[in-house]
Write a protein that binds this ligand. Structure first.
Ligand SMILES: [Zn+2]
Length: 496
């Protein structure tokens, strides 16, 4: 009798598995028109899984960085210098719309990738009624024995990282997000600080060691326990733009936080690490092509750290690289330059819009609307953007004169008209106009200060990478990762 029961349970488990496989094989996941044989992973289950998300990164962001580097290496040769991740053997693409809009935000798109569901913009791992919670892949992988790392260049309680450990009705609930971080039990959080003032205290109360000096961060190792490593050098609560990072001074980069994470998470059962480069997006919002390109290159540097793991453990590593949505409507090509690009103009930019805004704001304190003059600012403009009165057209000078005039109007007296929104979008007027002029001189342009509905590329290398071939929905990134790590079958088998 006992034998029979065991036999039956064995048979029923087998049937459940067959059913699960049949369901997985016959019903396309949302947005997948033609499920392929490769939707199954029959190879090795990777021990080291890296999920890299370039926030606001799509084809124009990737390609402009490659063209910039190629042009820098051989001026005028028209040979893009390929970034490491575009050389991965598998390349797919994903649609990014959410339940609200074809133009989504980071909360909903990260939810799609982390838990496999579409939801409203602004919502993290909850359904459109904001009552049902979704389980991010990290929770299930943690239960399987993987250690979990979350790294970002923006605040650790920002939407994209939060989607890998929290469930909240709105991304603005940062204290609740920080509370859930503290209770996640995940192993390594690194990069930016907390927006929530109580974040560090909550993390410490949750048993985390919070470190925020370069020395303490570099001293972390695999026996350090659960840690939150916050860069001591921050722009607000985010890492500085790569353009502004004090490289000689040893200021930590996104790559440094990934390398340290690999050390901290090292264990026989493997790990899953989500790494977000969040300021590619912020540079897109600000239409700062130079900062955008520099952060995309720094993103590739962070991916290089994962590639070092892949080279050591090629059969046990999976690296996925994608964007969550495009930002800025960036185009390679501009009406004013036609078919020509001049990426060397971008090389002249020595700081991000954040740093130049500080210069303008300091200058404002020394002058009045009547005495403010572009002439006085040109030494700084040349130093920051490589622009001089001699290499600007009368039209461009006019744009800068108008922008300076706008700069000198106190923000409180600057009505947010349609014109204001189109010209400056709430950014420091002179600074954003300088970015526009340099972009356009380089043959680049932005059509928005917000996200756009363009699809994003997906690159993959390692165990199970072939599943990421094709064109699919961003929720499929979750399903493919779950399949490769065997989560999907385990979930079906135990009736989850
Ligand atoms: Zn954004």
């Amino acid at each position: 009798m006992l034998k029979k029961t065991r036999f039956l349970s064995g048979v029923s488990l087998f049937l459940v598995l067959i059913m699960a496989l049949t369901i997985l094989g016959s019903v396309p996941s949302p947005g997948t028109a033609n499920p392929k044989k490769t939707d199954f992973h029959t190879g090795r289950v990777p021990k080291y899984v890296f999920m890299f998300i370039g926030d606001g990164l799509s084809y124009a962001q990737v390609s402009s960085a490659e063209m910039y580097l190629g042009n820098k290496a051989a001026l005028g040769a028209v040979i893009p210098q390929r970034l490491n991740f575009t050389q991965f053997p598998v390349h797919g693409a994903a649609m990014t719309h959410d339940s609200t809009s074809f133009v989504p935000d980071s909360a909903s798109t990260a939810t799609s990738m982390s838990s496999g569901y579409k939801t409203l913009s602004g919502v993290i791992n909850m359904d459109v009624t904001k009552t049902i919670e979704y389980t991010p892949i990290t929770e299930d992988l943690k239960a399987l024995g993987y250690k979990i790392g979350i790294v970002t260049s923006v605040p650790i309680d920002h939407a994209t990282p939060a989607a890998y450990y929290a469930k909240v009705a709105h991304r603005g609930m940062t204290t609740e997000i920080a509370r859930q971080l503290a209770q996640s039990g995940f192993d390594y959080f690194g990069g930016g600080g907390f927006q929530a003032a109580t974040g560090p205290a909550l993390a410490e109360a949750g048993g985390y060691t919070v470190v925020n000096t370069t020395e303490d961060i570099l001293a972390l190792h695999k026996n350090s326990g659960k840690v939150v490593a916050i860069s001591p050098d921050l722009d607000g609560k985010a890492l500085n733009y790569e353009l502004d990072r004090d490289k000689e001074g040893g200021e930590l980069s996104l790559a440094d936080f990934v390398r340290k994470g690999i050390e901290v998470l090292d264990n026989p059962n493997g790990f899953f690490m989500m790494v977000e480069s969040g300021k590619i997006d912020w540079a897109g919002h600000a239409n700062d092509a130079a900062a955008n390109i520099a952060d995309t290159i720094a993103f590739a540097d962070a991916i290089e750290e994962a590639l070092n793991v892949y080279r050591k453990h090629p059969k046990d590593t999976l690296i996925i690289v994608t964007g969550d949505h495009e930002c800025g409507g960036m185009t390679i090509g501009y009406a004013g330059t036609g078919y020509a690009t001049f990426f060397e103009k971008i090389e002249k930019v020595t700081m991000s819009y954040v740093e130049f805004s500080k210069i303008v704001n300091n200058y404002k304190k020394t002058v009045t609307a009547e005495t403010a003059s572009l002439t006085e600012l040109f030494p700084q403009i040349e130093q920051a953007y490589g622009l001089t009165p001699e290499n600007l057209s009368a039209y461009e000078m006019g744009l800068l004169e108008d922008a300076l005039e706008r700069t000198m109007v106190p923000a409180s007296e600057r009505p947010y008209t349609v014109q204001e929104r189109l010209l400056y979008a709430g950014y420091e007027p002179l600074t954003v106009k300088l970015s526009h002029i340099v972009n356009n001189k380089a043959g680049l342009h932005f059509s928005s200060y917000s996200h756009t509905g363009q699809p994003v590329p997906v690159y993959a290398i390692g165990a199970g990478a072939e599943l990421f071939d094709g064109f699919y929905d961003n929720t499929d990134i979750y399903f493919k990762t779950a399949e490769i790590t065997k989560l999907s079958r385990i979930k079906k088998a135990v009736g989850m």
